[in-house]
Ligand binder design. Structure first.
Ligand code: AP5
Ligand code: MG
Length: 231
């Protein structure tokens, strides 16, 4: 648990951008909880739809199993509805969205109509050699979503969540061949967003190689140094 705790409201959208396994979900849970704002992971939303067998989940499932990106129109309608809810009025953390230039441009349009809509983009920089180890070792609690790693952050009891005793699951897309495709999709479709947001002056690089608590401290530092802005 980090020493630093936020003393101000988040007050705006924060986007966590980075490759699979960079630590976006681990940090987004922590930061959103500390600021009392929603953590919006499009990956988690799709996995929820897949688990419930909704029409959206049935379309997304085979695409996610191949490690490809779900089409922009399906992503956008889901996100637009979610961020229009009242709990997003004081800021929110976007994890894994946007991931294509069309998604980023559409998000700009939506945020442009809101007060304090200018986002801060936190770009996770992690040595590629670390990513495969992190992803193949990841286990996630089926109940509360807590994220573990069998190598670096194991649970106290194998296969069980420390917090609620829930079963720890391996994600269907955390097999090596699917991970390789997810990495390729990141390079092809998502990495261009780094230049897109850097050019706008709203992106900050984050060294994501330190231990999770240290990374959290660094994020708090970035957020504290970037006062809330209006468009
Ligand atoms: P999504 O769920 O977003 O997956 P991802 O982007 O591939 O990222 P991950 O969740 O794998 O990694 P993470 O950065 O969250 O790492 P984590 O914190 O878990 O998307 C899945 C799929 O959904 C996509 O492939 C696509 O099909 C679809 N999709 C989702 N959004 C979409 C969109 N916008 N458009 C189109 N399609 C979309 O950490 C990983 C591991 O590392 C854990 O074991 C953790 O314990 C460990 N770890 C974390 N931090 C550290 C640290 N500092 N040091 C050591 N280990 C660490
Ligand atoms: Mg994640």
């Amino acid at each position: 648990m980090p020493d630093a705790v936020p003393v101000v409201a988040l007050g705006r959208p924060v986007i966590f951008l980075g490759p699979p396994g960079a630590g976006k979900g681990t940090q987004a849970r922590q930061v959103a909880q500390s600021y009392g704002v929603p953590h919006l992971s499009t990956g988690d939303m799709f996995r929820d739809h897949v688990g419930r067998g909704t029409p959206l989940g049935r379309r997304a499932k085979p695409i996610m199993e191949r490690g490809e990106l779900v089409p922009d129109d399906l992503v956008m309608s889901m996100v637009e509805e979610r961020i229009s809810r009242p709990d997003c009025a004081n800021g929110f953390v976007l994890d894994g969205f946007p991931r294509t230039l069309p998604q980023a441009r559409k998000l700009d349009e939506i945020l442009g109509t809101r007060p304090n809509g200018e986002p801060l983009v936190v770009h996770f920089v992690v040595d590629p050699a670390q990513l495969m180890r992190r992803l193949t070792g990841r286990r996630t609690c089926a109940v509360g979503g807590e994220i573990y790693n069998i190598h670096d952050h194991p649970p106290k009891v194998a296969g069980r969540c420390d917090h609620d005793g829930g079963e720890l699951m391996q994600r269907a897309d955390d097999r090596e061949e699917v991970i390789a495709e997810r990495m390729a999709a990141y390079e092809r479709q998502t990495r261009p967003l780094v230049d897109y947001y850097r050019g706008r002056g709203v992106l900050r690089d984050l060294d994501g190689m330190a231990a999770p608590a240290e990374v959290t401290r660094r994020i708090f530092g970035l957020l504290a140094a970037q006062p809330e802005k209006s468009r």
